[in-house]
Design a protein around this ligand. Structure first.
Ligand SMILES: Cc1cc2nc3c(=O)[nH]c(=O)nc-3n(C[C@H](O)[C@H](O)[C@H](O)COP(=O)(O)OP(=O)(O)OC[C@H]3O[C@@H](n4cnc5c(N)ncnc54)[C@H](O)[C@@H]3O)c2cc1C
Length: 388
């Protein structure tokens, strides 16, 4: 099948299968799981992932063709976005074959939901300062500590968990990554409500949670390099909008704004053209990064640039919608108000704009790096978190 046929077939499949009926929010997860299973059966989930682990083994060209066909739809796949965009690719890159075998196919079929457990109350931008401990006990590890801002943890079956395993070495050198069972009795998940009124992220507490050593990802004390793999996938997937569906129902998109505005005004048209240019430039940049990644070219700090550009675009879109639509834009319970109130979170989640700028300044522009006096000090001697 050539690409045009592939795109046409994907469009037809989406037209027939993307749910358009209204259903109660309580049914949303069951409906999303049902949709993912159908998507996988039809060959459109994990398009570029290895066939051996449940993917379709196709190329970026098919992936892009599907994304183009999906642009006209809002896919109910948000709850799978961490698994598809971040934790799944990390297991694929850094996990053992047994982990790939166990976790990737159920993830691609929507049978299991994943979350990413890195941030803590005392460790966000400086995530290597985290304090959640993992202590070995025979062939298991025992976990105690707290995470925060964990998106979709209240629905998750599995979490990718970054822990501290050695306090006697510098902070980046004593971390280890695990897959944790979110249904373990020692895991407590408490939803946090954000200013959009929704509770999409959570606090997560670990009280003597046990994890078998076979669920360790990477070597003991090499968790930082695994985390860097996840963060890279996170930035690329956020900027590419993995699991976010199309722009069709985004109330702050160019298409939506054009629907509600009288576009004869040259100043308004000018602003909309600016929005179009920025959106298009970012889409092309993402396309290039995806092609390069597939070809084995490491995007490195350019992934941070893409994430920064998306955050800036989202803020610009929200600001523009507020100015052009006026007070109606912020009426409670309106989709546009929700999109506007969620926009600032984009400049924080996945690394803040300031941190992205630091990375770009340091690694792309070659500016002098920030002074890092804590790089060689044993973690236990640092004044961070509750150690302060
Ligand atoms: C919507 C959303 C979803 C999220 N989902 C997850 C998730 O699923 N899993 C997860 O682990 N985390 C998640 N997070 C947490 C996110 O990764 C952190 O919020 C982020 O890394 C910032 O950390 P912090 O909130 O502790 O802020 P801090 O690190 O305390 O930063 C506070 C302010 O100081 C600035 N700052 C800090 N250090 C520097 C510096 N060196 N130079 C310049 N400025 C600096 C920051 O830019 C920021 O403005 C999510 C956050 C949001 C908003």
């Amino acid at each position: 099948m050539n690409l045009d046929e592939y795109r046409r077939a994907a469009g037809e499949w989406l037209r027939e299968n993307v749910p358009t009926d209204d259903y109660p929010e309580a049914d949303a997860i069951a409906r999303a799981k049902e949709f993912m299973a159908k998507l996988h059966d039809a060959g459109y989930s994990g398009i570029t992932w290895a066939k051996q682990w449940g993917g379709q083994g196709l190329t970026q060209a098919e992936d892009r063709a599907f994304a183009e066909a999906a642009r006209d739809y809002t896919l109910p796949t948000y709850v799978f976005s961490i698994g598809l965009g971040m934790t799944g690719p990390t297991i694929a890159d850094r996990g053992t074959d047994a982990q790939r075998e166990r976790f990737l196919r159920p993830l691609l079929r929507g049978e299991e939901i994943w979350c990413q457990l890195f941030s803590e109350p005392g460790a966000g931008s400086d995530v290597a300062s985290l304090q959640t401990r993992a202590v070995p006990d025979g062939d298991h590890w025992v976990i105690n500590g707290q995470k925060v801002w964990t998106s979709v943890a209240h629905h998750a079956d599995w979490g990718l968990l970054l822990t501290r395993t050695d306090v006697d070495v510098p902070k980046h050198k004593g971390l280890t990554m695990f897959v944790v069972d979110m249904h373990h009795p020692g895991v407590t998940v408490r939803p946090l409500r954000d200013m959009s009124g929704k509770a999409n992220f959570n606090e997560v507490f670990f009280d003597n949670v046990t994890i078998p050593d076979e669920h360790r990802v990477g070597e003991v004390n090499d968790g930082w390099s695994v985390a860097v793999t996840t963060l890279l996938h996170e930035r690329l997937s956020i900027s590419a909008g993995v699991g976010m569906g199309g722009q069709k129902d985004n109330p702050a998109s160019l298409e939506a704004l054009r629907r509600v505005l009288d576009t004869d005004d040259p100043l308004v048209r000018d602003e909309l053209v600016e929005l179009h240019i920025r959106s298009r430039a970012l889409a092309l940049f993402n396309q290039r990064l995806a092609q390069e990644t597939k070809a084995g070219i490491f995007p490195g700090a350019r992934g941070s640039a893409a994430k920064l550009l998306l955050a800036e675009l989202t803020l610009y879109q929200a600001d523009l919608a507020t100015r052009l639509v006026g007070p109606e834009a912020v009426l409670a319970d309106q989709p546009l108000a929700r999109a506007i109130s969620m926009a600032p979170g984009m400049a924080l989640g996945g690394g803040t704009n300031e941190i992205m700028r630091n990375i770009v300044g340091d690694r792309v522009l070659g500016l002098p790096p920030e002074p890092r006096v804590d790089k060689t000090v044993p973690f236990k001697d640092l004044k961070v978190g509750t150690q302060a």
